[in-house]
Design a protein around this ligand. Structure first.
Ligand SMILES: Nc1ncnc2c1ncn2[C@@H]1O[C@H](COP(=O)(O)OP(=O)(O)OP(=O)(O)O)[C@@H](O)[C@H]1O
Ligand SMILES: [Mg+2]
Length: 235
């Protein structure tokens, strides 16, 4: 079943790329103002199906604002935006994880269970355990969220997003509480899913050393403007 879904996604990805309709997000002349602050200032931005895009920039540069705009959580003051259609499921990881605090990590992961996606609860559970194993948190899934540290919460948030089997993942500094080795495990999963399933990734990160190791596009924002968009080796 998993293999069939892989193949279906892969075909969809290849067909759309070949026919040139692979643009998932497109933003034109986008400005978002909060009073006198221009959080985004006349931004042009496109993301194609199957791309990995890392958003970098100093604190206050506009990364979260851009991600919220892509996710449909905020509106433009000026400009235009095109978002993916219903056939592309977008998973989001924002900084407020909206967990059920008094419930266990595992219970919080079950929130992603959808009988339309999984053949059985067993299948879902198996996939959950595979992610937990790779990220080294299998023995901590019973811990209540209120007792979990920041790193564990970030891993749970990542797994919860991946268990929706998205075709696009949008994430706002999702590894900020993790050390290099643990963050790399998450980046490796993203790379794998990108290669095997055409997962599109839009990922804000402060970790320049790590993002440079991946074959993604870096989009650097400064004071609400995109000042660089290209391969990591030129930054
Ligand atoms: N809801 C809001 N109301 C007023 N100002 C806001 C709001 N959201 C963002 N801003 C301002 O817009 C600018 C961009 O903020 P944003 O949160 O997008 O930056 P960021 O790059 O995500 O920063 P950080 O790295 O600290 O998360 C900042 O000057 C911020 O203070
Ligand atoms: Mg931010």
């Amino acid at each position: 079943m998993l293999q069939q879904q892989f193949n279906a996604k892969k075909n969809q990805f290849q067909n759309q790329s070949v026919s040139g309709i692979g643009t998932l997000f497109s933003i034109q002349d986008a400005t978002i103002e909060y009073g006198k602050i221009k959080a985004l200032d006349n931004v042009q931005f496109k993301v194609s199906l199957g791309e990995i895009v890392f958003l970098t920039g100093a604190s206050g540069a506009g990364k979260t604002t851009l991600l919220k705009l892509l996710a449909g959580h905020t509106d433009l003051t000026k400009g235009k935006i095109k978002r993916p259609g219903a056939d592309n499921f977008v998973s989001m990881i924002f900084q407020d994880h909206r967990f059920i605090e008094r419930k266990s990590c595992e219970d919080n992961l079950w929130v992603s269970y959808d009988p339309k996606i999984y053949r059985s609860k067993n299948e879902f559970h198996k996939e959950m355990m595979e992610f937990a194993e790779v990220l080294g948190i299998k023995d901590r899934l019973g811990l209540k969220i209120k007792d979990a540290n920041g790193g564990l919460k970030q891993k749970v948030a990542f797994i919860r997003a991946m268990l929706c089997r998205p075709s696009v993942i949008i994430a706002d500094e999702p590894t900020s509480s993790l050390d290099y080795e643990n963050a790399k495990k998450i980046y490796d999963i993203l790379n794998l899913y990108n290669t095997k399933r055409g997962l599109t990734v839009i990922w804000a990160s402060h970790n320049k050393d790590l993002v440079k190791k991946f074959n993604g596009r870096i989009v650097h924002i400064d004071k609400g403007k995109i000042i660089y968009s290209g391969h990591a080796c030129f930054i």
